[in-house]
Design a protein around this ligand. Structure first.
Ligand SMILES: C[S@@+](CC[C@H](N)C(=O)[O-])C[C@H]1O[C@@H](n2cnc3c(N)ncnc32)[C@H](O)[C@@H]1O
Length: 256
């Protein structure tokens, strides 16, 4: 990682996020985002099974080769995916980047500081709050940065992962270019996205998904795996209401 601009409660900032930026970022809101993401990713006891397991499973056959790799997750949120890899591969160096300070604060207290966290979903009908604890991972570093402006050198990562990020970016193309830039030659990109773009210009650029495939090819990636129907059921409440996400998953290798 490059030198941070500043630290806030142990979280390095690589981007100057102003008070106005904080105000307009929905991912800084506690109940709707941090609590919700914590419940989805850190409190499996609330649900019959971990709702995002299909994201993890999609490229699981590649994981074994990551045992001593430099692994970066962009848009790591509360950190479940990157922390799972950090736990599994103690000799790997793992990094999680997100633009939300509140998400990173939660990820740090849960996965690095070993603090117990309370997840109170009474607003969704769960009568008892969950108390849960992650770990004290030594090989995981977190930082606030934009996926479109990563604080890493060119050709520095063996693996880059992200899920539910691409369609949230203001500039997905720039995000992809950054992924390519920081990956080493032969480095692996694992990307899972519901392609739920917010702007017409992005739908035009990246949909149908073949357009993304052509773009990755032009950038210098070769596609190793491609699946357009990874189904993720995101639970909403104790009654069993759900959101259904139909995700594209891809594994791509940087050629040179
Ligand atoms: C829908 S959440 C997904 C979190 C996690 N990856 C998952 O699959 O559940 C989107 C995450 O991307 C982060 N994010 C949004 N825009 C970003 C950007 N430009 N750069 C880095 N992270 C960003 C948000 O703060 C949030 O944590």
């Amino acid at each position: 990682m490059k030198e941070p601009l500043l630290f806030r409660k142990g979280i390095p900032f690589f981007f100057h996020k102003t008070e106005a930026d904080f105000q307009k970022d929905p991912y800084e809101r506690y109940d709707s985002m941090v609590l919700r993401q914590s419940a989805l990713h850190l409190a499996d006891d609330l649900w019959e099974r971990y709702p995002f397991q299909p994201v993890f499973d999609f490229a699981a056959e590649y994981y074994a080769s990551f045992y001593d790799s430099q692994i970066l997750e962009t848009g790591c949120g509360t950190g479940r995916w990157i922390a799972t890899l950090a736990k599994r591969f103690p000799d790997a160096s793992c990094y999680g980047i997100d633009y939300s300070y509140q998400m990173l604060k939660r990820a740090k207290e849960f996965w690095i500081d070993g603090k117990e966290v309370f997840i109170d979903l009474s607003g969704q009908g769960f009568l008892e709050a969950i108390k849960t604890r992650g770990g004290q991972l030594k090989n995981l570093d977190l930082g606030l940065a934009k996926a479109e402006e990563l604080p890493f050198d060119n050709n520095s990562m063996d693996v880059l992962i992200n899920s539910f990020l691409l369609d949230r970016l203001d500039d997905p193309y720039k995000g992809l270019q950054e992924m390519y830039r920081v990956l080493k030659p032969k480095g692996i990109l694992i990307l899972v996205t519901p392609l739920n773009f917010k702007q017409a210009v992005q739908w035009n650029a990246f949909y149908p998904p073949e357009k993304l495939s052509v773009l990755l090819d032009k950038m210098g990636f070769t596609i190793l795996k491609w699946q357009e129907d990874i189904m993720v059921e995101e639970p909403l409440d104790v009654h069993g209401n759900r959101l259904n996400w139909k995700c594209l998953g891809l594994v791509a290798q940087k050629l040179v």
